[in-house]
Design a protein around this ligand. Structure first.
Ligand SMILES: [Zn+2]
Length: 141
């Protein structure tokens, strides 16, 4: 093989064949990691999946190849899956700050340790996501 054949897609070349071509510069489109992807010469399809770890049910979407059943995550799906992975890791390894629950006569509140509040400011807001009656995820933004 001496030259690139325009009608032959890159994935039909072997690595050894591709190495014979000169180095080519290219830009990756901003949406290059957005689905649907191509696999087995066909488009992947969005599929919902469910995973239960540490009593937490996590529902997420993947792009699945209808032929070989390989699942792919786009960049947004990967970020969501990564958060789920870290939350589970924190639960399994018991990574936590144990604090007393305070009560001012009207509301319960929790003080965050100084180690994690260096870049916080008064205009930030808190999102509290309930998982169970005594379990919550807290996001400061
Ligand atoms: Zn496939």
């Amino acid at each position: 093989m001496d030259e690139w054949k325009k009608d032959k897609p890159y994935y039909d070349y072997s690595v050894e064949e591709l190495e014979k071509f000169p180095i080519v510069k290219f830009e990756i489109a901003k949406d290059a990691f957005d689905g649907p992807f191509s696999c087995c010469h066909t488009k992947t399809q969005k599929v919902r999946k469910k995973k239960i770890l540490n009593h937490i049910t996590f529902e997420y979407e993947v792009w699945r190849c209808p032929k070989c059943k390989t699942d792919y995550l786009d960049s947004k799906q990967a970020r969501i899956y990564e958060k789920f992975y870290f939350i589970n890791k924190a639960i399994e390894e018991e990574i936590k700050f144990k604090r007393n629950l305070n009560y001012d006569g009207h509301n319960y509140f929790v003080r965050f340790p100084n180690e994690v509040t260096h870049n916080w400011h008064k205009k930030m807001t808190v999102s509290i996501i309930p998982v169970a009656s005594n379990e919550f995820f807290v996001k400061i933004e």
